[in-house]
Structures are given as structure tokens and as C-alpha cells.
Design a binder for this molecule. Sequence first.
Ligand code: G3P
Ligand code: CA
Length: 251
Amino acid sequence: MDFTLIAHRGYSSRAPENTFFAFDLALEEGFDNFELDAQISKDGHLVVFHDDTIDRVTNGSGYVFDHTLKELQALDAAAKFKGDGDFSGAYIPTLHEFLGRYAGRAHPHLELKSREADLPAMVADALKTHGWLDVAETGTFDAPGLTVSSFWADQLYRSKVRLPNVRHGWLVNEVNEETVAAAQKLGFDAVYPRAGTARPETVSYALDRGLSVRGWGINDDDDMARIYKSGAMGTTVNWPGEAAAFLDSMT
Ligand code: G3P
Ligand code: CA
């Protein structure tokens, strides 16, 4: 199947999101493309975490940027996980830990989550330190490999300027003439529509202009069918194994 399923925040339907339990499970189940979120702690460390606050996921409360790395890593990152399994010891990884652990054996889709202007430079330095730029190029989903993404065009631009050989994809609600033109102007390699908005005409419009396309925001099988039929090259999804079975059943 020429369509890549990217385990969203790791295999996050079966293990606590953005933890090594979720990323390891994705790899074990054969999904070497996985998505993660990066932001900055109070004391200037890169951490792998999605929300701007810690309340939904952990046993703590407040903003990520109001907590030091030590405070963040003392939290239980499985505290609110509703699925089955023993996730004792789950914690918020640093980006450095993540990049060291999966070097040479995965294709991370690294989302620049927060708006601090120094986040792209810090992430670029971390990628260099761990040798990820040696496996980066702008075209494929191969592992090892690397993609950087963001909803924030300014963050993505700062990163693309530093890492011209790395594929950069802009997360947008919808691919259309406007978002394609802006992506081209800013030198991005890809546009990533919310799956529920994807249509064959808009996806081919972007592809014809040299941008690659994959989806995000899969809530159900209808979203999965829609993004698959749109001609996009893949999507993030919280349940990649089940999604693979669903796509097999469709074809
Ligand atoms: O693939 C991008 C996707 O992760 C965007 O959604 O909410 O996880 O940042 P979110
Ligand atoms: Ca994300």
C-alpha cells in the first residue's frame, strides 16, 4: 500500500501519548513513522509534549512553560490514560532522549508545537547533535528519515531556513489556492490538511505544484477513507494497526 500511516503521538490509542511506551509500541507493531510534539520547559529544555498545560495528560497542573524539566519529568505521564496495560514509570521525555533512542530506526514527524521564537533553532541543534540531518531529505517516508511540521508558518519558516534539506510540512485546516501559494512562497515542501477537508481536486492541486500532502485529525473511518481516497500520501492516526486493517478491507 503506497499510503503511510504515521502513529500520532506514538501508538496513542494503546499507550500514553508522547511517551516511550507509545513510540516503542508503534515500532514493535511495524509503524516506523511516528509523530511527536516539541516545546520548551521553564528552564529551557526541549520536551516531548502536546498540550500547553499538563492537566489533561499527567497528575500535575499548570502550563508546561511554568515547570522546570525536573518538575515535568517527575510527573506521571500515564496518569490519565484510559486504556489497558502497565505503564508505570511513564514520563515526559526530553527531545534529546527521543532523538538518541530512535536514531537510525524511525522517521519522526516532529511538530514545532509552541510559539517561542527560539524553538526552531533549539530543535535544529538537537537534530544535528544526534545525527538526524544525515538521514534527512525532502521526499519520502523512509526510515530512517525526518519530517518537521507546524501549524505556525513563522515557526516552520524559521526551521526551514536552518534545515533546507529536511522536509517541512505546514499543518493547515484545508489545502486551497491560498495555503498552497503561501507554502510555496515560504519554501515549504508539503501542506497537511485536516483529513475531513481533503478532496482529490485540492490534493492534486498541491501535488501538481510540487508539494507533498498528508492528512491529520483522523476521528473515524470516514476521515480515514476520505484522506486515503483524496490521493494524499499518508496521515497521522492514533490507531495505525486498526487503520491498516480498515484500508485493507477497502481495497
Ligand atoms: O499530524 C499533525 C497532528 O499532530 C496535528 O494535531 O493536535 O496532534 O497537534 P495535534
Ligand atoms: Ca502534533
